[in-house]
Design a protein around this ligand. Structure first.
Ligand code: A3P
Length: 320
């Protein structure tokens, strides 16, 4: 697929036809296998290609990366608060009236889906943006520039359950949503948005080991266990460590409280607001717990996924 042409027309249609596809029950396509990952919808694929071609990273950019349903919303809120803490009082933060999805746009959905070449130069500096694209498929300027990447991953059991619930909120256009069993089978084959899970996580994990100054790797469960430590770590990674005075004033604890599941879930904007593409903001706040998978997966399903994951991650040093 050559560079520089419009991301539509014959060439794009040819690409679509050449890509392996996962189909819905009614025969429509639900996912395209592009550069080794499953891309949700034709419109998303178009947006991703525009992103890959046109995005120019700035050294000050902060890119939040994740596989969907890994804790992206939480990371967005935390990063926004840490970066902007000096700009306004915490109790007057835009986070109290604006969804984290809006404060930190997802590049492929919120920017390049609307326009092939969105004007990103005017975004406030540092730009905080998020993406679900695997590391290998990120635009060269993100990988090669000094901009920073923070990745959050989640144990695949909870991520899968969260993903399955989230899919129920998306518009289905007369297609009956997949049952938990059907979705699980596909997840174990790596067939889910931006999957396979193991490739996604491994790509960022390796990058974080090779370039720890560029890629910071978080686990949702570790954040749950000690969020104060992770807020400090994130601030230090961004070159914005908390001062002694901020520590004494309890700024870190206040950021932790404002970004907590309980606070965000109960805000008016997150209870009743909607994304521009229609998804209710409340869909991003379900239970926010570690281990909810046990209420949904049978012991046999859990054992099967456990073995699969152990095999995939082997000696990588990553465990879930
Ligand atoms: P559950 O469906 O298990 O509740 P993402 O933000 O990547 O879409 O992930 C969504 C998951 O993160 C959901 O998990 C959601 O409830 C949880 N979540 C959202 N905000 C959170 C927060 N502030 N703290 C902890 N978990 C949060």
């Amino acid at each position: 697929f050559s560079i520089g042409e419009e991301e539509k027309g014959d060439e794009f249609q040819e690409l679509l036809l050449a890509l392996p596809q996962q189909r819905n029950r009614n025969g429509s396509t639900s996912l395209y296998l592009y550069q080794g990952f499953w891309c949700p919808s034709e419109a998303t694929l178009k947006a991703i290609i525009s992103f890959q071609r046109h995005f120019q990273a700035q050294e000050t950019d902060l890119i939040l990366a994740s596989s969907p349903k890994s804790g992206t919303t939480w990371l967005k809120a935390l990063a926004f608060m840490i970066v902007n803490r000096a700009r306004c009082a915490l109790n007057e933060s835009p986070l109290l009236t604006t969804s984290p999805q809006e404060l930190v746009p997802t590049i492929e959905f919120d920017l390049y889906m609307r326009s092939q070449c969105p004007n990103l130069e005017d975004l406030p500096c540092p730009r905080i943006l998020s993406t679900h694209i695997p590391f290998a498929s990120l635009p060269g300027s993100i990988k090669d520039s000094k901009c920073r990447i923070v990745y959050v991953c989640r144990n695949p059991f909870d991520q899968f359950v969260s993903y399955w619930h989230f899919l129920l909120h998306l518009p289905h256009e007369n297609v009956e949503p997949l049952s938990l069993d059907e979705s699980f089978e596909l997840f174990c084959k790596g067939v889910h948005a931006f999957g396979p899970f193991w490739d996604h996580v491994s790509g960022f994990w390796k990058a974080s080991l090779e370039r720890p100054d560029k890629v910071l790797f978080f686990k949702y469960e570790d954040m749950k266990a000690d969020i104060i430590f992770h807020i400090k770590r994130l601030a230090e990674f961004l070159g914005l460590p908390f001062s002694e005075e901020e520590g004494k004033k309890g700024v870190i604890e206040e950021i932790s409280r404002l970004c907590s599941f309980e606070t965000l879930k109960d805000l008016e904007v997150n209870k009743y607001g909607k994304q521009v593409y229609g998804t209710p903001n409340s869909a991003f706040f379900r239970k926010g717990k570690v281990g909810d998978w046990a209420n949904h997966l049978t012991p046999a399903m859990a054992e099967c996924l456990k073995k699969l994951i152990e095999g995939k991650f082997g000696a990588s040093g990553l465990t879930f």
